[in-house]
Design a protein around this ligand. Structure first.
Ligand code: ADP
Ligand code: MG
Length: 319
């Protein structure tokens, strides 16, 4: 017999994530009770992932649990905030215990790593859809925003771009690959790593910040529109992994790096004077200067490597 709702919550969603001293009442009552942090501002994000839309319908529950928290952690990271508490909204077609066990442990592992407590949620029946609301803290007035980039600022990105998009393409049979490179690209899609530590280190350094969830082109467009500025991108500087280059080739790698989504890297602007400080942040995670903010709106792409084709992701970049 499948578990009832009460048993299901008890088994899979009680005591998940980190134990936190600021949680006074967690899963099991009508609502959670949490202690606010003096001198801080509360940062809230919510993201939903839908089976067949945001992840393949047959994806292992572990990756779904990881994903729904990772995408929210990435939003909290882009604000320069420290994550704290999560609420989970779970809609399930059936209470499949194996799937739920995998889902809960994927969520739990990532939550513990980033000090997040799962303090409540809701469970309903329907097509597989998972929502997670994540709350975090930032010292008052210090949150990073999309708006704030200034002409002359340099444009930076963490990690490498396009890997997750190539991983999804492999899963969907649109790209073939093998060996360690294939594994690496699949891992980048299935287990995105939110840049939480970097986001907090960028407080007081970045003038604007966004996470790259929809692809560099689209997300840079949002950062520029928010700040009423434009940008110049140096195509040759876009960080592309060996795995991506080896699997997709140079042209397609550029296309993935420019317009594929799901990387969850951070993209930010900062004055040139901040360069030494930013470079010192790149000890654990590479950071790359990929261009600059311009007063003129719209986007200029520079670089001989770039085929017209590769720029198609920039179509919706409003000039
Ligand atoms: P109510 O009907 O009062 O909303 P529920 O039965 O929906 O109560 O929830 C009971 C408790 O279990 C609450 O504390 C709620 O936050 C928690 N909860 C329900 N579903 C989840 C879930 N998927 N993950 C975490 N907590 C959950
Ligand atoms: Mg409820």
């Amino acid at each position: 017999m499948p578990p009832g709702e009460f048993e299901l919550i008890e088994r899979f969603f009680t005591g998940r994530g980190a134990a936190r001293a600021d949680v006074r009442l967690s899963v099991g009552d009508d609502a959670a009770i949490l202690r606010p942090r003096p001198g801080a501002e509360l940062v809230l994000a919510l993201d939903t992932v839908v089976s067949g839309v945001h992840f393949p319908a047959d994806m292992n529950g572990r990756f779904v649990g990881h994903r729904v928290l990772a995408v929210n952690l990435s939003d909290i990271a882009a604000m320069g905030a420290e994550p704290a508490w999560a609420l989970l909204g779970l809609t399930l077609p059936v209470a499949d215990e194996n799937w739920l066990g995998d889902f809960a442990s994927g969520l739990d592992d990532l939550a513990r790593r980033f000090g997040v407590a799962l303090v409540g949620g809701d469970t309903t029946r329907g097509p597989l859809t998972v929502s997670l609301a994540l709350a975090g803290w930032v010292p008052a007035g210090q949150a990073l925003r999309r708006a704030g980039a200034r002409p002359g600022d340099e444009l930076w990105v963490s990690g490498t771009l396009g890997d997750a998009g190539a991983g999804l393409a492999i899963l969907q049979g649109r790209l073939t690959g093998g060996g360690a490179a294939r594994e690496e690209l699949l891992r980048r899609f299935l287990l995105p790593e939110p840049r939480v530590t970097l986001g907090q280190a960028l407080r007081g350094v970045a003038t604007a910040c966004i996470d790259v969830s929809d692809g560099l082109a689209g997300d840079l467009g949002k950062l520029c529109r928010a700040g009423s500025v434009g940008a110049r991108l140096d195509a040759a500087e876009l960080p592309r992994s060996e795995a991506l280059l080896a699997t997709a080739g140079k042209q397609a790698a550029m296309r993935f790096a420019l317009s594929a989504g799901d990387d969850y890297e951070l993209l930010w602007s900062a004055p040139p004077s901040a360069r030494p400080r930013i470079e010192s942040l790149g000890a654990d995670l590479p950071v790359s200067c990929i261009g600059a903010i311009t007063a003129a709106s719209g986007l200029q792409l520079r670089g001989a490597e770039l085929e017209r084709d590769a720029a198609h992701g920039f179509d919706h970049f409003g000039g």
